[in-house]
Design a protein around this ligand. Structure first.
Ligand SMILES: Nc1ncnc2c1ncn2[C@@H]1O[C@H](COP(=O)(O)OP(=O)(O)O)[C@@H](O)[C@H]1O
Ligand SMILES: [Mg+2]
Length: 291
């Protein structure tokens, strides 16, 4: 099988536990047996409330959790055994801020170009290209500390894109952004994807974004995948499975919020609001630390 035909991501029985209180406290099964496959070229959404295990799953895929149980591969490369090989294939925008406020936008992206082995002769052009792809050409030589939240997110996108990854991994890329900035991030991701055929794996708890931008979605709750399919398939399943039931909210077409409630037995929206709040606070703390 050639690399092109391999799934972009394949997880089998992926599991990871945290030990609270220096190994003496309770064990938290953050990821509890995840099977999933991301197809080359698709936008795959990992959806679920705060604490569902999305970030831990992502950290296993990006080789940052080498001791996870089960199997994870990126384009056929084992994430535990071939960490360097896997890292060459992916770009990663973590949930917490990763840009340095004391460097210009261009310097931030150039740093990633060096770290990710972009050949020296190509670096300046590739950095400029990545900045242009996220509409930061004009602001490129200003300190990142002067950027708005949406611009910082786009800068981080440029950092992840400068190595021309085959798989772009985004962890809550639009958290805490206003609707216009959120749309701006997605527009740039979609444009690069159309131009390069890059695969995108994204976590979010914004149902509307998942509905609009993801080809397929995995609903994650308490460490497990509870349902997987296209947004249309998931809604159709909910419609079919709750037809005739007394509490059917599906008088009209179900939304992805209804889908989540159906498969997890609780509402995503309420959890998401709390999660959003604490994530934004955490993000802000990080921002002031780098600033
Ligand atoms: N470093 C850590 N130490 C202890 N527990 C953690 C740590 N990171 C995550 N967890 C716990 O693992 C579970 C899953 O967290 P996470 O993967 O961050 O979920 P999500 O990204 O979906 O919000 C949660 O119960 C969380 O509290
Ligand atoms: Mg997370």
């Amino acid at each position: 099988m050639t690399g092109q035909e391999q799934p972009a991501v394949r997880c089998r029985g992926l599991a990871y536990s945290f030990h609270r209180g220096r190994g003496k406290g309770p064990v938290v099964r953050a990821v509890d047996g995840v099977d999933l496959e991301v197809r080359p070229g698709e936008v795959f959404g990992l959806l679920g409330p705060n604490g569902a295990g999305k970030t831990t799953t992502i950290r296993a895929i990006t080789t940052l959790l080498p001791t996870a149980r089960g199997m994870v591969e990126v384009f056929g490369h084992d994430c535990a055994a071939e960490r360097t090989g896997v890292r060459r294939l992916l770009g990663y925008v973590p949930q917490a801020l990763s840009a340095d406020a004391g460097l210009t936008g261009r310097e931030n992206v150039a740093l990633f170009a060096r770290v990710f082995d972009v050949p020296r002769a190509e670096r300046a052009a590739r950095v400029a290209q990545a900045l242009a792809a996220v509409d930061l050409t004009e602001a490129a030589d200003r300190m990142a500390g002067t950027y708005s939240g949406g611009m910082v997110r786009r800068l981080e996108l440029a950092q992840a894109l400068v190595s021309a990854p085959r798989l772009l991994v985004l962890d809550e890329p639009t958290i805490g952004l206003d609707p216009i900035a959120r749309a701006g991030v997605w527009e740039r991701v979609d444009a690069v994807r159309r131009a390069t055929g890059m695969t995108v794996l994204v976590t979010t708890h914004y149902m509307d974004e998942a509905d609009r931008h993801c080809d397929r979605i995995a609903l994650m709750d308490r460490g497990r995948i509870r349902a997987l399919g296209t947004p249309g398939e998931l809604k159709a399943r909910v419609r079919a499975e709750s037809a005739g039931s007394a509490d059917a909210p599906e008088q009209q077409a179900p939304t992805l919020d209804d889908v989540f409630r159906h498969f997890s037995g609780r509402a995503l929206a309420d959890d998401a609001k709390e999660g959003e709040f604490s994530d934004v606070r955490r993000t802000r703390r990080t921002a002031s630390r780098v600033g």
